[in-house]
Write a protein that binds this ligand. Structure first.
Ligand SMILES: Nc1ncnc2c1ncn2[C@@H]1O[C@H](COP(=O)(O)OP(=O)(O)OP(=O)(O)O)[C@@H](O)[C@H]1O
Ligand SMILES: [Mg+2]
Length: 250
């Protein structure tokens, strides 16, 4: 199953969720691939100690721009492979906008032939509704939309839901919304109001597992580790394990 982790709102926990799900499944012995298609390259920087030495032609850039096969790298986590991103990807949208042929399917074309080598594939999307996000949604079977507490955060769901519908209509009839994942939950009225509105509006599409706000997650990323390596007893580690159980029944 190929899952895109998306939201056009920045800083809501997409990358943290992508790293935690991919690392968590890999640590449970599942062969997993994480594709980083965000020019910020946050997942690449956490999961690849040698990231600064990776040349642009060994990243997702060469697939999106030059239609080359995906360049898959090993990570320090057993069973977890990664297609890293590159800052130059930030310029690609202009080039893709003017490209005429299959600009939405550059990732899908290269991912389809190799996806069945993995039990799980995740795509960490950028915080935009760009051709890069459309490439991720076109290549994916499912999407998880990340939502954190707040008015703007909730408001962003309307647009991403519309984009998912449009991608389904134009490019990928199989695309399904796996669910909305509520992250950065804390004991504030803002959190409880946001969660209440989310559940009232999207009912059974809201995933049961909620990810708490937990500074261990930030500290883990600082030390370039996934949460399970950094502190398997951290609240975020327990919550992401629960999410793995909810989504994959393991
Ligand atoms: N549950 C959490 N509790 C505390 N901090 C978190 C949590 N989830 C993520 N963070 C931190 O919040 C920041 C933003 O998270 P992250 O990078 O995962 O979001 P993102 O949606 O991928 O951001 P962007 O849109 O820029 O790609 C990071 O510093 C991350 O370590
Ligand atoms: Mg991110």
């Amino acid at each position: 199953m190929i899952i895109a982790i998306a939201s056009q709102k920045g800083g809501v926990g997409k990358t943290s969720t992508a790293i935690s799900l991919a690392a968590g499944l890999a640590r449970k012995g599942k062969k997993t691939l994480l594709i980083d298609i965000d020019s910020q390259a946050n997942s690449s920087k956490v999961l690849m100690p040698n990231y600064p030495e990776v040349p642009v032609e060994k990243t997702i850039f060469s697939t999106v721009l030059d239609r080359k096969p995906l360049v898959i790298h090993k990570t320090s986590i057993p069973n977890l492979s990664l297609v890293p991103s590159h800052i130059l990807l930030s310029n690609t949208d202009i080039e893709l906008t003017t490209a005429i042929d299959h600009r939405e399917a550059r990732l899908k074309t290269e991912l389809d032939p190799i996806a069945n080598e993995y039990e799980h594939v995740f795509i960490d999307c950028p915080p935009t509704l760009s051709w890069l996000t459309i490439n991720a949604l076109t290549a994916a079977d499912k999407a998880i939309v990340i939502v954190s507490p707040g008015y703007f955060e909730l408001d962003s769901i309307v647009q991403i839901s519309k984009t998912i519908k449009e991608v389904r209509g134009y490019f990928n009839p199989n695309l399904e919304l796996l669910g909305f994942l509520f992250t950065m939950s804390d004991p504030t009225i803002n959190t409880s109001t946001s969660l209440q509105i989310l559940r009232q509006t999207y009912t059974d599409k809201v995933l049961k597992t909620i990810i708490p706000r937990n500074t261990d997650l930030r500290d883990a990323h600082f030390s370039k580790q996934d949460i399970f390596a950094y502190n398997p007893r951290a609240k975020a580690a327990l919550a992401y394990n629960k999410l793995i159980h909810e989504l994959f029944d393991i």
